[in-house]
Design a protein around this ligand. Sequence first.
Ligand SMILES: Cc1cc2nc3c(=O)[nH]c(=O)nc-3n(C[C@H](O)[C@H](O)[C@H](O)COP(=O)(O)O)c2cc1C
Length: 392
Amino acid sequence: MPAPPSPDAATPIAARPLRLGTFDVDPPVVLAPMAGVTDAPFRVLCASFGGGLFVNQMVTARALLEGHAASWELARFHPAERIRSLQLYGTDPLTLGEAVRRLVAEDRVDHIDMNFGCPAAKVTRNGGGAALPYKRRLLRDVIRAAVGAASAESGGRVPVTVKFRLGIDDDHLTFLDTARIAEDEGVAWVALHARTALQHYAPPAHWERIAELATAITSIPVLGNGDVFCPDDARAMMSTTGCDGVVVGRGCLGRPWLFRDLAAAFAGEPVPPPPRLGEVAATIRRHVELIVEWQGGEERLSHFRKHLAWYLKGYPVGGAVRQQAGQVATVAEIHELLDRLDPHVEAPEGVERIVRSHSNALSRVALPEHWLDDPDADVQLPRGAEALVSGG
Ligand SMILES: Cc1cc2nc3c(=O)[nH]c(=O)nc-3n(C[C@H](O)[C@H](O)[C@H](O)COP(=O)(O)O)c2cc1C
């Protein structure tokens, strides 16, 4: 839902800081957990532009308990991070509770977010991910286990929040029940990605459902998520839905300065113009520097190609540069590419809305047989429901 132009960009967006345990999230802006994207360098980069909460990538509770080194590595935070916020995924209350207990007992996190929005077929076909909220009892047990463990182990210091979608499809909406259960079980806030699993990432996000949720849930904050690409979108989402904060996903891919723009808009300050290519290049150099510092070396930079493509999206850099961007593997190659850019080139109109990452719908949501028969049935899910995947 594109926002109408702001009538007066210098009017602050009406909002209060979000309380999260012992922290204030101010402005009430959250970097959405994005697997393969929101690693420590990216979070630190985004946070250097403006305030908010910068959530780590999803890790599965089972992988942590089974000692997967890669998952523990993902759960690591940069010393510069003010609030260590991690997203956990699990479908078994015991496993989830134990993973939370360990993370808290070892003082590795300040906040845990739970993911109930993953649309990947390999988990939904086993009843996990975005399929799970349909089974209300299991949902309650899983949330209860996480909140109970976090609260018992931290003495209430580490809050748990929940992120979910509208439901499986338009005929099986679960968001209101999910939020009520989460509210009942003592989560600190709920965040709604206003799309069904079937809708996947296809526009538009249904902000009217965020409004419905904000009306229904009054004892804890409701955060809205979906299609916030610029400060005017955040302003429009806050004012038209009555939500308490915004969660930003694809809008900041290749555009970490969105957090500066959002901070300005929430404070009622003028929003800076979109950066020229020279500023973009400086941000890319900073991003690479953070990655090298975090990795402790220059190896394995091919994973940066996607970021590079997102940064350059929309700017008239020419086919040869874009092709080169798809092949870089070293810091030297990235710098060489950046040296070729004309720093004076301005951002084209509408650059912020060019699709970065997913934008498709699914043709069907894979579910276990008879999954939709009885939302109150007791179920125990197979291990496949916890297969290491990502998404929301
Ligand atoms: C590359 C990518 C990875 C994602 N991974 C996760 C994830 O691990 N956990 C999660 O809850 N959501 C995940 N999401 C969903 C986002 O958090 C967010 O809900 C979604 O992109 C909608 O917000 P947007 O319209 O601002 O992008 C992912 C999205 C993308 C694009």
